[in-house]
Design a protein around this ligand. Structure first.
Ligand code: SF4
Length: 267
């Protein structure tokens, strides 16, 4: 029987994860060691350096962004199916944390059963919750829809109001929903819709670093000409759905790739 050879290899020491980093390794991990590596002939990490904010919001760059959006989505529209401002209001409330496709499956039957704000105002929460259950968060959504319908029926003569100030008095309505309804249903540019797509893309394109949709909107308003406020919201939402997607942006297909310094670019 052959004798088992004794291995000359020393066992590999298991490195303890909790061991503190040396100063050099810590500098390397944080990126501060790049200059030293470059001096030693190594290739530094290709991380784009942040430019001054004014470069990201220069008229030339903004023009490039608008031109790309116009070329990609010249006829961008709201994807929520509706026939009037009230239906769009209800559909927009339902679209929170839900896809437009799902909302569009629910609303045809819903609007057939409850055609007016007065009909929604009279329905019991339990009945409405059952109708909208598949859109998620149905308890809060039913409360908002019934509350907004009651207010529209009693204070606004059954018509969705036409000003931001009045829209914000409706239960469950914040600036995003108000901008969607005023812009899309009435063609009134009161601001820029900032949903999850617009919020993400404003950050990736470094048009805003703000932490809330309301603050991002205030950053975008001076950058986007007023006549573009409505279409810009629609275009960026479609851009977010089709190209600059949340998890894996399609940067290789993006016409803004050369001007984009997003840290999560995929090219
Ligand atoms: S390059 Fe990528 S991250 Fe930047 S805007 Fe285009 S798709 Fe989004």
């Amino acid at each position: 029987m052959p004798r088992k050879l004794k291995s000359s290899r020393k066992p590999v020491a298991v490195r303890r994860a909790s061991r503190p980093l040396s100063r050099e390794r810590a500098a390397s991990a944080s990126g501060r060691g790049q200059d030293a590596r470059a001096t030693a002939g190594e290739t530094p990490a290709l991380r784009p350096k942040a430019k001054p904010k004014s470069e990201y919001t220069s008229p030339e760059r903004l023009h490039k962004i608008f031109a790309a959006l116009d070329q990609l989505f010249p006829h961008a529209q709201c994807a929520l199916r509706h026939e009037n401002a009230f239906q769009l209001l209800v559909a927009t409330i339902l679209s929170a944390q839900c896809t437009d496709e799902r909302v569009n499956k629910v609303t045809p039957e819903l609007f057939k059963r409850f055609p007016t704000p007065q009909d929604f105002a009279a329905v019991s929460p339990a009945v409405l919750e059952n109708e909208i259950r598949s859109t998620g968060f149905y308890h809060n959504k039913a409360k908002s829809i019934i509350g907004a319908s009651k207010k529209i029926a009693t204070d606004f003569g059954g018509q969705v109001p036409r000003t931001m100030e009045e829209m914000l008095t409706l239960p469950g309505v914040a600036r995003k929903t108000a901008n969607v309804v005023l812009g899309t249903a009435y063609g009134i540019p009161t601001g820029i819709v900032v949903d999850t797509h617009v919020f993400r893309i404003a950050h990736r394109l470094k048009l805003s670093a703000a932490g809330t949709p309301e603050k991002v909107e205030q950053d975008l308003i001076p950058l986007v000409p007023r006549e573009r406020w409505i279409s810009f919201g629609h275009q960026v939402i479609w851009f977010g759905r089709k190209i600059c997607q949340a998890r894996k942006p399609r940067c290789a297909d993006c016409p803004l790739e050369t001007t984009c310094d997003a840290p999560d670019k995929t090219v």
